[in-house]
Design a protein around this ligand. Structure first.
Ligand SMILES: NC(=O)C1=CN([C@@H]2O[C@H](COP(=O)(O)OP(=O)(O)OC[C@H]3O[C@@H](n4cnc5c(N)ncnc54)[C@H](O)[C@@H]3O)[C@@H](O)[C@H]2O)C=CC1
Ligand SMILES: O=C(O)C1=N[C@H](C(=O)O)C[C@H](O)C1
Length: 267
Protein backbone atom coordinates (compact mmCIF):
# COMPACT_ATOMS: atom_id res chain seq x y z
CA UNK A 1 0.00 0.00 0.00
CA UNK A 2 1.48 3.39 -1.03
CA UNK A 3 0.75 6.12 1.52
CA UNK A 4 -0.02 9.55 0.08
CA UNK A 5 -0.21 12.97 1.71
CA UNK A 6 -1.93 15.94 0.06
CA UNK A 7 -1.20 19.66 0.50
CA UNK A 8 -3.81 22.25 -0.43
CA UNK A 9 -6.27 19.64 0.86
CA UNK A 10 -9.24 22.03 0.92
CA UNK A 11 -8.46 23.57 -2.48
CA UNK A 12 -10.21 22.96 -5.81
CA UNK A 13 -7.65 20.31 -6.80
CA UNK A 14 -7.00 19.00 -3.27
CA UNK A 15 -10.55 17.69 -2.92
CA UNK A 16 -10.50 15.94 -6.29
CA UNK A 17 -7.09 14.37 -5.49
CA UNK A 18 -8.31 13.04 -2.12
CA UNK A 19 -11.34 11.53 -3.89
CA UNK A 20 -9.09 9.98 -6.57
CA UNK A 21 -6.85 8.45 -3.86
CA UNK A 22 -9.92 6.92 -2.21
CA UNK A 23 -11.02 5.43 -5.55
CA UNK A 24 -7.54 4.10 -6.54
CA UNK A 25 -6.25 0.58 -5.86
CA UNK A 26 -3.12 0.19 -3.72
CA UNK A 27 -3.09 3.77 -2.41
CA UNK A 28 -4.15 5.22 0.88
CA UNK A 29 -4.52 8.79 2.19
CA UNK A 30 -1.91 9.13 4.97
CA UNK A 31 -2.24 12.85 5.66
CA UNK A 32 -3.74 16.12 4.50
CA UNK A 33 -2.37 19.64 5.02
CA UNK A 34 -3.68 23.15 4.67
CA UNK A 35 -2.23 26.57 5.45
CA UNK A 36 -2.27 27.64 9.09
CA UNK A 37 -5.50 29.50 9.87
CA UNK A 38 -7.54 27.78 7.12
CA UNK A 39 -11.12 27.18 8.29
CA UNK A 40 -10.94 23.45 7.37
CA UNK A 41 -7.93 22.62 9.61
CA UNK A 42 -9.07 19.91 12.06
CA UNK A 43 -11.88 18.66 9.76
CA UNK A 44 -11.97 15.17 8.20
CA UNK A 45 -10.28 15.47 4.77
CA UNK A 46 -12.77 13.10 3.13
CA UNK A 47 -15.77 15.05 4.38
CA UNK A 48 -14.20 18.31 3.14
CA UNK A 49 -13.55 16.66 -0.24
CA UNK A 50 -17.13 15.38 -0.40
CA UNK A 51 -16.21 11.68 -0.67
CA UNK A 52 -17.22 10.56 2.84
CA UNK A 53 -15.19 10.31 6.07
CA UNK A 54 -11.64 8.96 5.74
CA UNK A 55 -10.47 9.28 9.36
CA UNK A 56 -7.68 11.70 8.35
CA UNK A 57 -8.00 15.20 9.73
CA UNK A 58 -6.58 18.21 7.86
CA UNK A 59 -3.52 19.53 9.70
CA UNK A 60 -1.42 22.69 9.40
CA UNK A 61 1.76 20.83 10.44
CA UNK A 62 3.32 19.41 7.26
CA UNK A 63 6.18 17.58 9.00
CA UNK A 64 3.68 15.68 11.14
CA UNK A 65 1.51 15.00 8.05
CA UNK A 66 4.52 13.56 6.19
CA UNK A 67 5.59 11.27 9.04
CA UNK A 68 3.55 8.36 7.68
CA UNK A 69 3.72 9.21 3.95
CA UNK A 70 5.69 7.82 0.97
CA UNK A 71 4.64 10.56 -1.48
CA UNK A 72 3.32 14.13 -1.17
CA UNK A 73 0.96 15.44 -3.89
CA UNK A 74 1.15 19.25 -3.92
CA UNK A 75 -1.18 21.53 -5.92
CA UNK A 76 -0.74 24.87 -4.15
CA UNK A 77 1.40 27.88 -5.20
CA UNK A 78 5.06 28.05 -6.29
CA UNK A 79 6.39 29.60 -3.04
CA UNK A 80 4.48 27.08 -0.91
CA UNK A 81 5.53 24.18 -3.16
CA UNK A 82 9.20 25.09 -2.86
CA UNK A 83 9.01 25.21 0.93
CA UNK A 84 7.19 21.87 0.96
CA UNK A 85 9.78 20.39 -1.42
CA UNK A 86 12.58 21.43 0.95
CA UNK A 87 10.82 19.55 3.76
CA UNK A 88 10.23 16.48 1.53
CA UNK A 89 13.89 16.47 0.44
CA UNK A 90 14.98 16.59 4.08
CA UNK A 91 12.61 13.79 5.12
CA UNK A 92 13.15 11.64 2.00
CA UNK A 93 9.49 11.80 0.89
CA UNK A 94 8.82 11.61 -2.88
CA UNK A 95 6.76 14.40 -4.42
CA UNK A 96 4.26 15.02 -7.24
CA UNK A 97 3.97 18.73 -8.06
CA UNK A 98 1.03 20.19 -9.99
CA UNK A 99 1.44 23.86 -9.03
CA UNK A 100 2.04 26.27 -11.93
CA UNK A 101 3.43 29.78 -12.30
CA UNK A 102 7.06 29.04 -11.34
CA UNK A 103 9.67 31.67 -12.25
CA UNK A 104 12.84 30.39 -13.98
CA UNK A 105 14.67 30.71 -10.62
CA UNK A 106 11.97 28.71 -8.85
CA UNK A 107 12.11 26.01 -11.54
CA UNK A 108 15.85 25.77 -10.95
CA UNK A 109 15.17 25.43 -7.22
CA UNK A 110 12.85 22.51 -7.93
CA UNK A 111 15.46 20.84 -10.17
CA UNK A 112 18.16 21.30 -7.49
CA UNK A 113 16.05 19.73 -4.73
CA UNK A 114 14.98 16.91 -7.05
CA UNK A 115 18.56 15.66 -6.97
CA UNK A 116 17.77 14.39 -3.48
CA UNK A 117 14.36 12.76 -4.03
CA UNK A 118 12.28 11.59 -7.03
CA UNK A 119 9.90 14.37 -8.16
CA UNK A 120 7.26 14.51 -10.89
CA UNK A 121 6.61 18.12 -11.95
CA UNK A 122 3.99 18.72 -14.65
CA UNK A 123 1.81 21.74 -15.46
CA UNK A 124 -0.92 19.41 -16.64
CA UNK A 125 -1.52 15.84 -15.46
CA UNK A 126 -4.22 14.89 -17.99
CA UNK A 127 -3.52 12.21 -20.59
CA UNK A 128 -5.21 14.41 -23.24
CA UNK A 129 -2.97 17.43 -22.78
CA UNK A 130 0.14 15.25 -22.69
CA UNK A 131 -0.98 13.64 -25.95
CA UNK A 132 -1.39 17.21 -27.32
CA UNK A 133 2.24 18.02 -26.42
CA UNK A 134 3.27 15.11 -28.63
CA UNK A 135 0.84 16.06 -31.41
CA UNK A 136 2.19 19.63 -31.42
CA UNK A 137 5.74 18.41 -31.99
CA UNK A 138 4.50 16.22 -34.83
CA UNK A 139 2.47 19.09 -36.31
CA UNK A 140 5.59 21.28 -36.46
CA UNK A 141 7.58 18.43 -38.05
CA UNK A 142 4.93 18.14 -40.79
CA UNK A 143 4.13 21.84 -41.27
CA UNK A 144 7.67 23.21 -40.97
CA UNK A 145 8.33 26.89 -40.49
CA UNK A 146 5.63 28.30 -42.77
CA UNK A 147 2.79 28.87 -40.27
CA UNK A 148 2.23 31.61 -37.68
CA UNK A 149 1.68 30.15 -34.20
CA UNK A 150 -0.74 31.64 -31.66
CA UNK A 151 -1.76 30.02 -28.34
CA UNK A 152 -4.98 30.91 -26.53
CA UNK A 153 -5.91 29.62 -23.06
CA UNK A 154 -9.15 30.06 -21.09
CA UNK A 155 -9.54 29.48 -17.33
CA UNK A 156 -11.83 30.29 -14.39
CA UNK A 157 -11.80 33.67 -12.68
CA UNK A 158 -10.00 32.36 -9.56
CA UNK A 159 -6.82 31.37 -11.40
CA UNK A 160 -3.81 33.31 -10.14
CA UNK A 161 -1.11 32.75 -12.79
CA UNK A 162 -1.05 33.68 -16.48
CA UNK A 163 -0.46 32.34 -19.01
CA UNK A 164 -1.31 28.89 -17.68
CA UNK A 165 1.53 26.45 -17.09
CA UNK A 166 0.06 24.28 -19.84
CA UNK A 167 0.07 27.13 -22.37
CA UNK A 168 3.69 27.93 -21.50
CA UNK A 169 4.67 24.27 -21.97
CA UNK A 170 2.81 24.21 -25.32
CA UNK A 171 4.75 27.31 -26.36
CA UNK A 172 8.02 25.68 -25.29
CA UNK A 173 7.24 22.47 -27.20
CA UNK A 174 6.41 24.37 -30.41
CA UNK A 175 9.38 26.76 -30.06
CA UNK A 176 11.79 23.84 -29.44
CA UNK A 177 10.46 21.95 -32.47
CA UNK A 178 10.92 25.10 -34.59
CA UNK A 179 14.46 25.64 -33.28
CA UNK A 180 13.46 28.86 -31.48
CA UNK A 181 13.90 30.02 -27.88
CA UNK A 182 10.46 30.35 -26.22
CA UNK A 183 11.69 33.09 -23.89
CA UNK A 184 12.77 35.18 -26.86
CA UNK A 185 9.84 34.60 -29.22
CA UNK A 186 6.80 34.58 -26.86
CA UNK A 187 4.66 37.75 -27.20
CA UNK A 188 2.17 38.28 -24.37
CA UNK A 189 0.66 41.63 -25.21
CA UNK A 190 -0.38 43.55 -28.31
CA UNK A 191 -1.80 47.07 -28.12
CA UNK A 192 -1.64 50.21 -30.23
CA UNK A 193 0.66 50.50 -33.26
CA UNK A 194 2.43 47.18 -32.83
CA UNK A 195 3.69 47.00 -36.41
CA UNK A 196 3.33 43.85 -38.49
CA UNK A 197 3.51 40.50 -36.79
CA UNK A 198 6.98 38.98 -37.00
CA UNK A 199 7.12 35.46 -38.36
CA UNK A 200 9.14 34.16 -35.40
CA UNK A 201 6.83 35.32 -32.62
CA UNK A 202 4.48 32.97 -30.77
CA UNK A 203 1.46 34.90 -29.47
CA UNK A 204 0.27 33.92 -25.98
CA UNK A 205 -3.29 35.04 -25.16
CA UNK A 206 -5.13 34.64 -21.86
CA UNK A 207 -8.89 34.64 -21.16
CA UNK A 208 -10.28 34.51 -17.58
CA UNK A 209 -13.93 34.11 -16.54
CA UNK A 210 -16.57 32.19 -14.60
CA UNK A 211 -15.94 28.51 -13.94
CA UNK A 212 -14.02 27.44 -17.06
CA UNK A 213 -11.95 24.43 -15.95
CA UNK A 214 -9.30 24.89 -18.64
CA UNK A 215 -9.13 25.18 -22.43
CA UNK A 216 -6.05 25.44 -24.64
CA UNK A 217 -5.85 25.99 -28.39
CA UNK A 218 -2.71 26.19 -30.49
CA UNK A 219 -3.35 27.82 -33.87
CA UNK A 220 -1.07 27.14 -36.84
CA UNK A 221 -2.13 29.91 -39.22
CA UNK A 222 -1.01 29.72 -42.84
CA UNK A 223 -1.97 31.34 -46.14
CA UNK A 224 -5.46 30.11 -46.97
CA UNK A 225 -5.64 27.49 -44.22
CA UNK A 226 -5.53 27.12 -40.44
CA UNK A 227 -4.99 24.17 -38.10
CA UNK A 228 -6.27 24.29 -34.51
CA UNK A 229 -5.24 21.78 -31.85
CA UNK A 230 -7.59 22.16 -28.87
CA UNK A 231 -7.88 20.48 -25.49
CA UNK A 232 -10.96 21.16 -23.33
CA UNK A 233 -11.07 20.01 -19.71
CA UNK A 234 -14.64 19.20 -18.64
CA UNK A 235 -13.74 18.53 -14.97
CA UNK A 236 -10.69 18.46 -12.67
CA UNK A 237 -10.94 14.70 -12.15
CA UNK A 238 -8.47 13.69 -14.87
CA UNK A 239 -5.84 16.07 -13.44
CA UNK A 240 -6.39 14.40 -10.06
CA UNK A 241 -6.26 10.87 -11.51
CA UNK A 242 -3.06 11.83 -13.37
CA UNK A 243 -1.41 13.00 -10.15
CA UNK A 244 -2.36 9.75 -8.40
CA UNK A 245 -0.97 7.75 -11.35
CA UNK A 246 2.27 9.77 -11.04
CA UNK A 247 2.45 9.01 -7.30
CA UNK A 248 2.10 5.28 -8.07
CA UNK A 249 4.71 5.50 -10.85
CA UNK A 250 7.26 7.08 -8.47
CA UNK A 251 7.40 3.86 -6.42
CA UNK A 252 10.96 2.52 -6.73
CA UNK A 253 12.27 5.48 -8.79
CA UNK A 254 15.69 7.03 -8.13
CA UNK A 255 16.05 10.75 -7.28
CA UNK A 256 15.58 13.12 -10.23
CA UNK A 257 13.11 15.42 -11.95
CA UNK A 258 10.47 13.64 -14.04
CA UNK A 259 7.34 14.82 -15.87
CA UNK A 260 4.06 13.31 -17.09
CA UNK A 261 5.66 12.31 -20.39
CA UNK A 262 7.89 9.99 -18.30
CA UNK A 263 4.90 8.71 -16.32
CA UNK A 264 2.88 8.01 -19.48
CA UNK A 265 5.82 6.54 -21.41
CA UNK A 266 5.59 9.23 -24.12
CA UNK A 267 9.32 10.05 -24.33
N1 LIG B 1 -0.79 20.21 -13.06
C1 LIG B 1 -2.12 20.13 -13.25
O1 LIG B 1 -2.63 19.18 -13.87
C2 LIG B 1 -2.99 21.19 -12.66
C3 LIG B 1 -2.41 22.22 -11.98
N2 LIG B 1 -3.18 23.13 -11.31
C4 LIG B 1 -2.44 24.10 -10.50
O2 LIG B 1 -2.58 23.72 -9.14
C5 LIG B 1 -2.50 24.87 -8.30
C6 LIG B 1 -3.68 24.91 -7.34
O3 LIG B 1 -4.88 25.07 -8.06
P1 LIG B 1 -6.30 25.10 -7.33
O4 LIG B 1 -6.51 23.83 -6.57
O5 LIG B 1 -7.27 25.49 -8.35
O6 LIG B 1 -6.08 26.30 -6.30
P2 LIG B 1 -6.81 26.56 -4.90
O7 LIG B 1 -6.52 27.97 -4.55
O8 LIG B 1 -8.23 26.10 -4.95
O9 LIG B 1 -6.02 25.57 -3.91
C7 LIG B 1 -4.76 25.83 -3.35
C8 LIG B 1 -4.84 25.42 -1.89
O10 LIG B 1 -3.54 25.48 -1.32
C9 LIG B 1 -3.72 25.90 0.02
N3 LIG B 1 -2.47 26.35 0.63
C10 LIG B 1 -1.90 27.58 0.59
N4 LIG B 1 -0.79 27.61 1.34
C11 LIG B 1 -0.65 26.37 1.87
C12 LIG B 1 0.30 25.79 2.77
N5 LIG B 1 1.33 26.48 3.25
N6 LIG B 1 0.14 24.49 3.11
C13 LIG B 1 -0.89 23.77 2.63
N7 LIG B 1 -1.86 24.28 1.81
C14 LIG B 1 -1.72 25.56 1.43
C15 LIG B 1 -4.78 26.99 -0.09
O11 LIG B 1 -5.36 27.31 1.17
C16 LIG B 1 -5.75 26.36 -1.06
O12 LIG B 1 -6.74 25.58 -0.40
C17 LIG B 1 -2.41 26.07 -9.24
O13 LIG B 1 -1.06 26.43 -9.41
C18 LIG B 1 -2.96 25.52 -10.56
O14 LIG B 1 -2.51 26.20 -11.69
C19 LIG B 1 -4.53 23.07 -11.33
C20 LIG B 1 -5.17 22.09 -12.04
C21 LIG B 1 -4.44 21.07 -12.77
O1 LIG C 1 -5.39 26.64 -12.43
C1 LIG C 1 -6.03 25.76 -13.05
O2 LIG C 1 -7.23 25.56 -12.85
C2 LIG C 1 -5.30 24.94 -14.04
N1 LIG C 1 -4.02 25.10 -14.14
C3 LIG C 1 -3.11 24.35 -14.93
C4 LIG C 1 -2.26 25.27 -15.79
O3 LIG C 1 -1.92 26.39 -15.36
O4 LIG C 1 -1.88 24.85 -16.89
C5 LIG C 1 -3.76 23.21 -15.66
C6 LIG C 1 -5.21 23.30 -15.93
O5 LIG C 1 -5.44 23.91 -17.15
C7 LIG C 1 -6.03 23.92 -14.82
Amino acid sequence: MIKIAVTGAAGRMGGRIITAIKEAEGLELAGAAERPGHAMVGQDAGLVAGCGPLGVNISDDLEQVLSGADVLIDFTFPEVTLKNLEICARLGCKMVIGSTGFTPDQREGVARLARKIPVVLAPNMSVGVNACFKLLKEAVQILGDGFDVEIVELHHNKKKDAPSGTAVRMGEVVADALGRDYNECAVFHREGMTGERTHEEIGMQTVRGGDIVGEHTVYFIGMGERIEITHRAMSRDMFARGSVRAAHWLDGKTPGLYDMQDVLGLK
